[in-house]
Design a protein around this ligand. Structure first.
Ligand SMILES: Cc1ncc(COP(=O)(O)O)c(C=O)c1O
Length: 398
């Protein structure tokens, strides 16, 4: 029997790192009298565009809003379909549903858990046909208009392959980069590969603004559209409006980021490289210390660039390890260590199953992953002691 050591305080699987400088910046914004979208939003967008080397950056109150506005900007309709992955957060797929368009889900690669050209091809061969150069979903007769690759956990998808595939069939590429800030793919930062890239600044992400999101694009016209649709379709931004006149030129939404959030973002952005390096260091320590434990399959480095290490997802093989995933969760919890699961596959959720009739049998790798996957704590603010506690607890249990 092992002697179980228990942490004094609970270690959650993720926590934001908020510096005193960030608190001061937010306080200054609160004191300034301008708390909604204004100068801080402008500054944050400009710094963010510089960071990822994009021409345009449009801030929003969430990544979900960003995905929604991108699909709106490409004119998605109920006659269309969109390809994405079965292993993602509901936000990626729900936005397709907003337009009554058909989400087509690929299975995943067993190692990276990403959509790949192979998983896309296998979906297309089974469910689509080519008509006039477009992909058509056979069952619904809808035109596949876009593809949303998801850089799950911060491991980048094969962007060259996906963009080439999309070009061949007249599809837009909208990257779900909620997990991929910052990340590098083939020497270029995530943010300039697809037609649009959508980032999240939710509390647990690479940087946070509490809630928030950013779309980057190289397309000036699309950027202008997003700037209007994020705020009621109004053609002039409040902050820059000298007089009372404005015009509503589009059906818009209320998706703008506040200066309070952007003030936090401006400082988080300065600290982003430090956070990234620290997460990378912790991920490498986990690999060094856990790789010899039988029955644990650890996440791999991104061979095409630099992983953001937003999450540390590992698989527990119940046939080899001393415990299964459920037991490991419970035992870690007893030792005051939090875990999470990324993700319950889309086809497992009752809403999606009932609405689109997905069959688990079409997603064998995703279903296999779902039985075994577990996310252990990984965030920049973890101390070396925290990291050691997680490693020792896993060694003790598994
Ligand atoms: C893969 C993925 N896409 C999109 C989102 C949505 O991000 P937000 O909460 O900023 O809308 C999330 C949020 O966790 C996510 O994990």
């Amino acid at each position: 029997m092992s002697t179980m050591s228990i942490r004094k305080t609970f270690l959650p699987f993720a926590l934001p790192s908020i510096s005193e400088e960030a608190i001061e910046e937010v306080a200054n914004t609160l004191r300034s009298g301008w708390v909604t979208s204004g100068p801080k939003v402008k500054q944050f967008e400009s710094l963010f565009a510089d960071f990822v080397n994009s021409k345009e950056a449009i801030s929003l109150n969430s990544a979900t809003a960003g995905l929604h506005l991108c699909l709106e900007a490409i004119g998605l309709s109920e006659n269309d379909a969109v390809i994405t992955t079965a292993v993602t957060f509901t936000a990626t797929v729900e936005v397709i549903g907003y337009f009554k368009a058909q989400p087509l889900l690929t299975d995943i690669d067993p190692i990276t858990n990403l959509m790949t050209i192979e998983t896309i091809q296998s979906l297309v061969e089974k469910e689509c046909k080519v008509t006039h150069g477009n992909l058509i979903h056979k069952k619904t007769n809808k035109v596949v208009k876009a593809i949303i690759p998801v850089h799950l956990a911060g491991h980048t998808c094969d962007m060259e392959g996906i963009i080439e595939f999309a070009k061949k069939y007249n599809m837009y590429v909208i990257e779900d980069a909620a997990h991929a800030f910052p990340a590098i793919h083939k020497g270029k930062m995530i943010g300039t590969w697809g037609d649009f890239t959508v980032f999240s600044f939710y509390a647990t992400k690479g940087i946070t603004t509490g809630e928030g999101g950013m779309v980057t694009t190289e397309n000036h016209k699309m950027a202008e559209r997003l700037r209007r649709t994020r705020l009621h379709g109004i053609n002039r931004e409040v902050y820059l409006r000298p007089g009372w006149y404005y015009e509503v030129t589009d059906l818009g939404f209320k998706y703008n980021m506040t200066d309070v959030a952007a003030a936090l973002g401006v400082v988080q952005l300065k600290e982003a490289n430090y956070f990234w390096n620290r997460r990378t260091e912790i991920a490498r320590t986990y690999r060094r210390e856990l790789q010899t434990i039988p029955g644990l399959k650890l996440p791999v480095e991104d061979e095409n660039g630099a992983h953001s290490w937003h999450l540390y997802r590992m698989e527990v093989d119940p046939n080899i390890a001393r415990v299964n995933r459920e037991k490991l969760v419970l035992e870690l919890h007893k030792r005051n260590i939090g875990t999470s699961l990324h993700f319950i596959p889309i086809f497992e959720h009752s809403y999606y199953k009932n609405t689109y009739n997905y069959f688990k049998e079409d997603y064998l790798n995703s279903a296999f992953m779902y039985e075994r996957i577990l996310s252990i704590p990984l965030f920049a603010g973890m101390t070396n002691e925290d990291v050691k506690d997680v490693i020792n607890a896993i060694k003790d249990i598994v």
